[in-house]
Design a protein around this ligand. Sequence first.
Ligand code: NI
Length: 266
Amino acid sequence: MNSESFFQSAWQKYKTITPDASKVENLLRGRGEQLINDHIALRTFNIPGISRLELGTLFEALGYLKKDDMVFTEKKLMATYWLHPDSSLPKVFISELILEKTSPELQKWIHSVVDSFISGMGPLSLDVFLNPSWNPPNFVDYQKHYGESEYAAWTAAFGLQVNHYTVLVNALKTFSSLQELNEFLVAQGLSLNTAGGIVKGTPDQCLEQSSTMANKIKWAFADQTCEVMSCYYEFARRYPDAAGKLFQGFIPTSADKIFESTFEKK
Ligand code: NI
């Protein structure tokens, strides 16, 4: 599979559980905009076979280069991002939950959800993000462990599919700022993630980000079908760094708040 067909197929799959992404896409195309994808994000666990660095090798095979690691202490996550020498291809951001830092009960639950999938999955390929992953857990267990780690619950429920796509705001012609885009989206009835303020990051940090709140969709768990938070759509405006080149990295404090776009409102 080449990069283009992968990102296209993953985009179609993502939109089936993210109605707001289609809504935003239609609104922006309606203004004559062309959408450039800044990055995709994927979520996993640090379990051999599906760890973030193993998943990253699938993108390295497409020519991507591994860049920085990031640590999210409070959420017990680590993440890494990859860039492609062809800057028209999106950056790839993969995070993983560090299971040893979670409770024995949560570790046991995650292993019960993913282990048989991993032992039966064969060699890794990009299809791992397009095909269904492990069978969804029981909703009662999802709820039980949600309080300890929303990230664990989300990933157990949805598997290895793309968690979000991201509009590169720099490429939009009819908006001069991220704030202006946010105001337009709110006026159109979309709800944005307000954790840490609607805009995360500053021009000084060379990256400003915002995102929709994840859609709430009906999802078939093993025991029942329930409405849960699925995926969100992100918006990123990048600024030149000290060397005058458009910044291509990520800001951990901003990413930390963006993770909360899938959090159930309390
Ligand atoms: Ni992102």
